[in-house]
Design a protein around this ligand. Sequence first.
Ligand SMILES: *Cc1c(COP(=O)(O)O)cnc(C)c1O
Length: 350
Amino acid sequence: MEVDLAALTRNARAAQSRAGVPLIPMVKADGYGLGAQPIALALEPLEPSAYGVATISEGQVLREAGISRPVIVFSPLLSDEYTAARELRLTPTLGSAKEIAAWCREGRGWHLSIDTGMSRAGVPWREVGSLREVVAWHKPDGAFTHFHSAELDDGSMAEQEHRFREAVAALPDRPRLLHTDGSAAMVRHGKSEWDAIRPGIFLYGVGSGAGLSLDPEPVIHVRARIAETRWIEPGDSVSYDATWRAESRRRIGTISMGYADGYPRALSNRSSVLARDGRVPVRGLVTMDMIMLDLTDSTCGIGDVVTLIGAGENGEHIGVAELADLAEMSPYELLTGLRGRLSRVYTEVE
Ligand SMILES: *Cc1c(COP(=O)(O)O)cnc(C)c1O
């Protein structure tokens, strides 16, 4: 997997200038599978307000890279994790009087998590008034909410925003850093109403699905080399369960990548990859470690590179969203699955 850090940076600058406020880049899940450390280091020149992670160990990875900005942990922590969070100077997101009191006994710096419709984490917007006293005493650095359907034009985002404004108005003071927008909301809103935005997937080159004008540049390119080729005869089958059979003499090539590298098994007999002379189809079931391609109409042979995701040599492109669609999975799931054994190479294509 090639990760184009220059494209990443251009996407981040595009998001920032559209919103008109600083970023809180979401680098959780190891930067959506692209590598949290190199991603965060590449984004440092943009002077983000903070970085967003899901867990303490993800925060630790950023500290080990020398990141000294605030790191906000967006998933709820248990109280026995507070000590580790303090030691790493992480910023928790809290949503109950009990949590706030427990954290503020020794810790400093936290954001109020307001649930306006996800029913996932944080204080329900209707109940924010009940925190007035504890929040007046222990002031949060920020407050935020998260939209459940920002990519849809169904009115739900406006409703959640209304709830958020009401909740913020119920606080004794306005917290310094208010933020609501992930990638899709950023694309839909344009200028932000608040103090920072929290894009994730847009930075990594995947459109929000909002169907609007601002599209990010692709950031990742997943490639493999053909390791074997063979001719098979009519009636011969390919891969487990013999789900594909040749109707004529075919030249089959094998690449050493499979679903253990995150190429979805659901793409078996469905997807194609980019060879230098055009698309070649995947034949048979994707296996754990190998994928078979029909190279009959291609001049590619052993050692030649094919592109499974990203830009091919001949100007063609396979997007993450397009491939996820074909696999009937979310682009987030596809992207975060490309990890483990897949080696990452960081480039800066100008
Ligand atoms: C993951 C996440 C985001 C980023 O969402 P994208 O759709 O990837 O931009 C923003 N905010 C919170 C709370 C998240 O968990």
